[in-house]
Design a protein around this ligand. Structure first.
Ligand code: AMP
Length: 186
């Protein structure tokens, strides 16, 4: 099963991806986690993207697409994956679709986690993960990047009939229950 877990910053993508991963045994591929790991370990990639993540802006499409395409070719992803934080722009979505089409496959489902804006801000400010981009000013930048560059990706997959909307308000288990209902229908 190839899933895209989509939604604004603070929607709970990481939390729900972990639950999907344990329940369905599908690997979780978070581009944000990969970048943070590389920054922590001071790799070449980490040095290249650190100031971008710190500012709450987007890493260039080519860098992200190369990274994801390399990653999903690894054997652990051969039966599927949960993409979290990717694709985040229309060019990224097009590159992903093209790559999958070249392998005669496609995304099975695009889950859109819907959460009101004020709740997103409250959640990010209270999650205290120590992320350098979780300050009020950076959250503002990330939400505006989301609205301008990322939200159109939803429309792109809506046109393909892949989108399932998930109410992202409630307890972690309530929200996971809604996701399970959507996945069990596949
Ligand atoms: P996330 O953990 O998904 O919130 O991502 C954290 C940060 O990593 C983002 O604010 C971007 O700077 C960068 N990032 C993660 N995924 C992408 C992507 N698909 N395209 C561009 N930048 C990304």
């Amino acid at each position: 099963m190839k899933l895209i877990l989509f939604g604004p910053p603070g929607a709970g993508k990481g939390t729900q991806a972990d639950k999907i991963k344990s329940h369905y045994d599908i690997p979780h591929l978070s581009t944000g986690n990969i970048f943070r790991y590389n920054i922590k370990n001071e790799t070449e990639l980490g040095k290249k993207v650190k100031s971008i993540l710190d500012a709450g802006k987007l890493v260039p499409d080519e860098t992200v697409v190369d990274l994801v395409v390399d990653e999903i070719q690894k054997p652990e992803y051969k039966n599927g994956y949960i993409l979290d934080g990717f694709p985040r722009t229309i060019p990224q979505a097009e590159a992903l679709d093209e790559y999958l089409a070249s392998k005669e496959t496609s995304i099975d489902l695009f889950l859109n986690l819907e959460v009101p804006e004020q709740e997103l801000i409250d959640r990010i400010l209270s999650r205290a993960e120590g992320r350098s981009d979780d300050t009020p000013e950076k959250i503002k930048t990330r939400l505006s990047v989301y609205h301008n560059e990322t939200a159109p990706v939803l429309n792109h997959y809506e046109k393909k009939g892949k989108v399932q909307k998930i109410d992202g308000v409630g307890s972690i288990d309530d929200i996971f229950g809604r996701i399970k209902d959507a996945l069990d229908e596949l």
